[in-house]
Design a protein around this ligand. Structure first.
Ligand code: AMP
Ligand code: MG
Length: 333
């Protein structure tokens, strides 16, 4: 298979002419990876079942895990649904463009390839000038999960995408590193109150300022798992073992592991300097500082060849909830 073509776009103000080949490729049913403010997406025309099937094939994504449909504005997003609920309109008015995904009833004419057979569909308007320009130029809704092989950390640079999917896609639009670095928050907005199906870049606290979420949330109850199939699957895992340590416990854990491990095989991501014999993969100040770099650090750890990465946990409020969700799942299994 041939290597993907890289189109470099100015993240602040992309040139529409430059994006024209990527838009044409999307309309023709090809796979185009592109930057969003959260992570890089692997895009395909959501109205073309064969194109959407190519996403699942390229990623090795389980067929029961639906993908998010991206649109350049709310009016276009609503077209793949039966129409917004009052709750969806309020959330969209507050958070779009931005890292919030809304689950609504799917329009009857919406192919079920992107929804994994469900009668609901997840939609989002991303807050990235390159993504918006591409979506406008494509003129079709674009199904786009994260542009990584299923189960791996999400990509936050075009190089991450090329390393993993370079042989499987037509084009990667390179708009530099993603500013948010964690995926969108997924909210079921079909009822009167939001149900958070996946914690993400829009915090629970921010959503509560618009409408108090129902109890539950990511993976909390079987009903939620059924509603958001993707939260069931293995995710975000690099090639090394990931151990999540309690705040203040990471340095001691890494030091102890290093006493009985091969030299250089233990790595750490923490607020504190690495102890002797442990490789410092990254340092952070707080959850907000860690969030945009988390996935890149997981990739750095595997590139450094460590066998075990100890990551210091963060308090579970605000963006810390999404960080801990991703870390736990990176470490599970
Ligand atoms: P990804 O695009 O890989 O970041 O994953 C998309 C997330 O949105 C997964 O957790 C999916 O399960 C979830 N999702 C997508 N469509 C739906 C839907 N119709 N209902 C519930 N969750 C959905
Ligand atoms: Mg993903």
């Amino acid at each position: 298979m041939s290597r993907a073509r890289r189109i470099v776009a100015d993240p602040a103000g992309p040139d529409p002419d430059q994006l024209a080949p990527a838009a044409a490729a999307l309309r023709a049913g090809a796979l185009v990876a592109f930057p969003t403010e959260t992570v890089y997406g692997l895009g395909a025309n959501a109205l073309d079942p064969d194109a959407v099937a190519r996403i699942f094939h390229a990623k090795g994504r389980p067929a029961d895990n639906p993908v998010i449909v991206h649109a350049p504005d709310a009016a276009t997003a609503w077209r793949v649904t039966t129409g917004p609920t009052p709750l969806a309109e309020r959330l969209a008015a507050r958070f779009w463009p931005g890292p919030l995904t809304l689950v609504l009833d799917a329009a009857p004419e919406m192919p079920r390839a992107a929804t994994a057979g469900l009668d609901s569909v997840a939609v989002r308007v991303p807050a990235h000038p390159v993504a918006l320009a591409l979506l406008r130029a494509a003129g079709v809704p674009v199904a786009a999960p994260s542009a990584n092989r299923s189960g791996r950390p999400s990509p936050t640079t075009a190089d991450h995408v090329l390393a993993e999917l370079g042989d499987a896609i037509a084009i990667v639009v390179d708009g530099g590193p993603c500013a948010v670095g964690l995926e969108s928050t997924v909210v079921d907005a079909r009822g009167e109150r939001p149900v958070i199906l996946r914690d993400g870049a829009v915090t629970r606290e921010a959503i509560a300022a618009v409408a108090e979420p129902l109890a539950g949330g990511t993976g909390a109850a079987p009903a939620d798992l059924a509603a958001s199939p993707g939260t069931r699957h293995r995710h975000y895992a690099p090639a090394c073992r990931v151990l999540v340590a309690p705040p203040d416990g990471a340095v001691a854990l890494a030091r102890e592991l290093a006493t009985s491990a091969a030299p250089g095989s233990i790595g750490i991501v923490s607020r504190f300097p690495a102890p002797a014999g442990v490789r410092e993969i990254g340092r952070f100040r707080d959850a907000a500082d860690l969030a945009p770099r988390l996935f890149a650090l997981l990739r750095s750890a595997e590139a450094a060849g460590v066998a075990t990465l100890v990551v210091e946990g963060v308090p579970e409020d605000g963006i810390g909830r999404a960080v801990m969700d991703r870390l736990r799942r990176a470490g599970a299994g």
